[in-house]
Design a protein around this ligand. Structure first.
Ligand code: ATP
Ligand code: MG
Length: 578
């Protein structure tokens, strides 16, 4: 934790008066900003696209796609309306009915965006899969969700789906975007033949719209169901937490295979009538700076791992580029170390604004919004319409801890529009999330006297050492301050005397060697910052830390490997060089 504050000149920022905005806020008013469909119906795709076309904004660019080659293709809101209509017509023509599940297994290509929104228009449920998944995670997710159709490429189909297709009995149709493979239907001729008009399905706000699988950081991924009503939260939080304004150039770097890439990589920017930048390529320092600068990005939403990689490359990598149009930078997915927030302020003239949410919450719940002073290391404050608390759970009793900096489970009062409506086939587990009038997040946090929330760690990752409760984030952030450190994961290991001891796994920045001297230096730094009770007793160097494909450090895997325990579900594991 740090006492530092980054203050801002926010005279014209949204939520300049946080308390007043919260007091005046209602989800009904938030919904009234949207168009809706006749008879109290609501459809996400209508709010994202057709509403803007009807209001005369059809010629605005909705999506600028940057291919790996660097070539750009623009889609206006009118183009997206026509293409999504065609896709919805294709689904209908091939016999898919409202409520059927359409899966996407594609990289960041325009067809994915068109399919997602066209699926919603048709009243079907869209389920994105990360394109780097292997056959088994794909099979499991299609079986759990009961996939009825899949849109993919011939390459991905042959490598990952063909071998498991027969095991997914519900799967009727596989569309391929680049020709046909044996057993698939080529999409392009169907799109060409389809009408570009379509009457959007009159979906009920409570009709399922999206199926997302969690990141699998703590165990087997869960299938989370969201409904069309969620669009009210996407729209509101896009505006209030990400400061999106009509006409903004907006870049969300998350892949649509994850909830961030859908809620804030497709829906929120479109409902807020922004222009989305979609980059097909993977992370690359110089390419990213080119995009930020060359595309005149106004609002940038990214993640701690990417930020740490940019930090690792050093500010020199920016060269002569400038970012005069950049107005707001935000981060999600993992705790954002204070170092990274401050680096943002030094490098771009504004801090990264951390925000917190989960697949289950469907949208941002706690955020550093544009008008607030940023305390580096804090997740910010609950958004209007969201009541968050720190609670202690004892059996069926849930007690809110109101003392500043009391540590407990982060909980939310249910009732916001994008709250999950269920874990697929896991009703008991879903019900266990709700107790004493709260939704229990499984994360530990603290709230300070100013109402700022501070992430401590996942409940599973809390370390109990010699009577102290230690959150891995605090230890990781202290080590991140050291010049040599690029990335850290901290876990507790069983110990006869202390119960647990703190162990840190450190990946170094280029130019630093994993020497004994450096290890001692890091130990010394941590002791000075944290005190001997909290500082790690052991530090090990690693080339890389094991991460999920959505870039979260898998502490449970560090622990399992250290202790020689089974690795559990590793279907979402990405970099695995330890
Ligand atoms: P699983 O539930 O399968 O273990 P997961 O929890 O990582 O995976 P997600 O829903 O993608 O799946 O991630 C939500 C979690 O990510 C949060 O519960 C929290 O632990 C972490 N997280 C997200 N944003 C932040 C943040 N700003 N600061 C700290 N942690 C965050
Ligand atoms: Mg989770």
């Amino acid at each position: 934790m740090t006492d530092q504050r980054i203050t801002k000149d926010t005279a014209d920022a949204n939520m300049a008066d946080y308390a007043a905005t919260r007091a005046a806020f209602s989800w009904a008013d938030a919904q009234a900003r949207l168009a809706g469909l006749p008879g109290s119906h609501l459809n996400i795709a209508h709010e994202a696209i057709d509403r803007h076309v009807a209001a005369g904004h059809g010629t605005q660019i909705a999506l600028r796609w940057i291919a790996k080659s660097g070539a750009c293709t623009d889609y206006t809101y009118a183009d997206l309306a026509h293409q999504t209509n065609r896709f919805a017509n294709v689904l209908r023509a091939r016999g898919l009915q409202p409520g059927d599940k359409v899966y996407g297994l594609l990289g960041r290509v325009p067809e994915l965006y068109i399919a997602a929104l066209g699926t919603l228009k048709a009243g079907c449920v869209f389920c994105p899969l990360f394109s780097a998944f292997g056959p088994e995670p794909i099979q499991a997710r299609m079986q759990i969700g009961g996939a009825n159709a899949l849109i993919t490429s011939t390459r991905l189909y042959k490598r990952k789906v063909a071998g498991i297709r027969d095991t997914v009995e519900t799967l009727k149709e596989v569309f391929t975007i680049d020709g046909a493979a044996s057993g698939t239907t080529e999409l392009a001729p169907l799109m060409d033949a389809a009408s570009d008009t379509f009457t959007t399905a009159q979906t009920d706000p409570e009709d399922p719209a999206l199926l997302h699988f969690t990141s699998g950081t703590t165990g087997k991924p869960k299938g989370v169901v969201h409904v069309h009503q969620a669009v009210v939260a996407h729209d509101t939080t896009g505006r209030l937490a990400l400061d999106l304004r009509p006409g903004d150039i907006y870049w969300c770097t998350a892949d649509p295979g994850w909830v961030t890439g859908t809620s804030y990589g497709i829906i929120a920017p479109l409902t807020n009538r922004a222009t989305m930048i979609v980059d097909e390529a993977e992370f690359d320092v110089s390419r990213w700076y080119d995009i930020l600068s060359g595309e005149s990005v106004n609002v940038w939403y990214t993640a701690p791992t990417a930020i740490r990689m940019l930090m690792k490359a050093g500010a020199d990598a920016i060269g002569v580029r400038a970012f005069p149009d950049l107005r707001f930078m935000a981060s999600v997915g993992e705790p954002l170390n204070p170092e990274a927030v401050i680096w943002g302020a030094e490098t771009f003239g504004m801090p990264f604004h951390d925000n917190w949410w989960q697949t289950e919450t469907g949208g941002i719940m706690i955020a550093n919004y544009a008008a607030m002073d940023v305390k580096p290391g804090s997740m910010g404050k609950p958004l209007p319409g969201i009541e968050a608390g720190i609670v202690e759970v004892n059996g069926d009793d849930v007690v809110e801890l109101t003392e500043p900096m009391a540590m407990g489970e982060l909980a939310l009062r249910p009732g916001w529009p994008s709250m999950m409506r269920g874990y697929l086939h896991e009703q008991a587990r879903y019900e266990k999330c709700f107790k004493g009038g709260w939704y229990l997040s499984g994360d530990l946090a603290m709230r300070d006297a100013d109402g700022y929330f501070w992430f401590v760690g996942r409940a599973d990752d809390l370390i109990k050492s010699a009577g102290h409760l230690i959150g891995p984030f605090e230890v990781e952030s202290a080590l991140m301050e050291h010049d040599a450190v690029a990335e850290v994961g901290v876990i507790g290991l069983p110990d006869d005397t202390a119960g647990q001891i703190v162990k840190a796994y450190v990946a170094l920045k280029p130019g630093h060697e994993p020497t004994e001297d450096l290890r001692l230096d890091l130990m010394g730094h941590a002791r000075k910052r944290l005190g001997p009770a909290v500082a790690p007793k052991e530090i090990a160097f690693r080339q890389n830390l094991p991460k999920t494909r959505s870039s979260k450090i898998m502490r449970r895997l560090l622990k399992a490997r250290e202790m020689g325990l089974p690795e559990g579900d590793i279907s979402t594991l990405e970099s695995d060089e330890t």
